[in-house]
Design a protein around this ligand. Structure first.
Ligand SMILES: Nc1ncnc2c1ncn2[C@@H]1O[C@H](COP(=O)(O)OP(=O)(O)OP(=O)(O)O)[C@@H](O)[C@H]1O
Ligand SMILES: [Mg+2]
Length: 254
C-alpha cells in the first residue's frame, strides 16, 4: 500500500479537488480496486466529488469512535475510486475523534493497516488546512506528501511555516517524499505567470513538474458531482491530472 497525503497551510487552495481528481486519474491508469481516498477533513466534502451524496453518515470519524474497521465505511464510486468520507457528525463526536487522534500519532496508520488493503493499492488522503491533529496523522503515515500551493503571495507566505512543520517528519522519516504542487495556474495573467516561474526557481527540485491549470471545468465538475476527468475528459485540467498521476506513480516507485 502506498499513501499520498494532500496538505496545505492555506485554505481553499485546491486540496480536495486535487485529492479527488488525482485519485480518479490514478484509477484510470491503475484500474479498478487499486485506488482509495480517505477524507480526514471535518468539512466532509470529498465524497461530493464522486457523486456519493445521500449516503448514511458513517465514515472515518464514526468508525474510529466505535472501533469499527474503516473498510466497512468505504463507498464504491462510479469512477474506479473508493471513498471513505469523514462523515457528517455531531460536534461532540468530532471533538472525541480529535482527542483520540491526539493521543495516538499512529492512529490513521493503524486503521489503514487494519483495513487490510492489497499491497498494490494507492490511498490518497485529503486534509484540512493548517496545523492540526489530522495533518500530524497524514505526516506520520504518508509515503508521499503533496503540498498544494497557489501561485500567489498568500501561498508563498505559508512556505516557511510548512517547512518548519515538515522538518520534524522528514528528520524522523528520511524515506518520506515531499513535493509542492502548483494549482490554478493561469498563464494569461502576468502576476500569476511570474509568481509561478519564481516558485519553480525557488522550490526546485521539490516542486512537482506538473502544474494544474486554472480551469473552470474543475468547479463545474463538482457542481455535477463528478471528477473533472469524467465531466470533461479533454479539458486542460483533466490533461494535467493525468500527467500528475503518471508523475505520482513514477515518484512512488523511485
Ligand atoms: N485547478 C482549478 N481550476 C479552477 N478552480 C479550481 C481548481 N482547483 C480548485 N478549484 C476551485 O477552488 C475552490 C477551492 O477548492 P478546494 O475545495 O479543492 O480547496 P481546498 O484546499 O480543499 O479547501 P479547504 O482548505 O477549505 O479544504 C473550489 O471552488 C474549486 O472548485
Ligand atoms: Mg478541502
Amino acid at each position: 500500500m502506498s499513501v499520498i497525503g494532500v496538505i496545505s497551510m492555506k485554505g481553499g487552495v485546491g486540496k480536495t479537488s486535487t485529492t479527488a481528481n488525482l485519485a480518479t486519474a490514478l484509477g484510470s491508469q491503475l484500474g479498478d480496486g487499486r485506488v482509495y481516498t480517505v477524507d480526514l477533513d471535518p468539512q466532509n466534502a470529498l465524497h461530493w466529488h464522486f457523486g456519493l451524496i445521500d449516503q448514511d453518515d458513517s465514515g472515518v470519524c464514526e468508525q474510529s469512535l466505535h472501533e469499527g474497521n474503516w473498510r466497512n465505511a468505504m463507498l464504491e464510486s462510479s469512477f474506479n475510486v473508493r471513498c471513505l468520507p469523514y462523515g457528517n457528525v455531531a460536534e461532540t463526536d468530532r471533538e472525541a475523534f480529535e482527542s483520540l487522534l491526539s493521543q495516538s500519532d499512529q492512529w490513521v496508520n493503524e486503521q489503514l493497516k487494519a483495513a487490510e488493503l492489497s499491497d498494490n493499492v494507492v490511498v490518497v488522503i485529503d486534509s484540512p488546512p493548517g496545523p492540526s491533529v489530522y495533518l500530524k496523522q497524514v505526516c506520520e503515515c504518508a509515503d508521499l506528501i503533496l503540498i498544494v500551493l497557489l501561485a500567489d503571495a498568500g501561498s508563498y507566505a505559508t512556505i516557511p511555516e510548512m517547512e518548519t512543520w515538515l522538518d520534524t517528519y522528514t528528520t524522523k522519516r528520511p524515506e518520506l517524499k515531499v513535493y509542492y504542487v502548483l494549482n490554478q495556474i493561469d498563464r494569461s495573467e502576468t502576476l500569476n505567470r511570474d509568481t509561478a516561474a519564481f516558485l519553480h526557481r525557488q522550490l526546485k527540485p521539490r516542486l512537482c513538474p506538473v502544474d494544474i491549470h486554472n480551469d473552470e471545468a474543475v468547479a463545474e465538475a463538482l457542481a455535477f458531482q463528478q471528477p473533472v476527468l469524467s465531466y470533461e475528459p479533454h479539458c486542460q485540467a483533466s490533461h494535467d491530472f493525468v500527467r500528475l498521476a503518471m508523475w505520482t506513480i513514477n515518484t512512488l516507485n523511485k
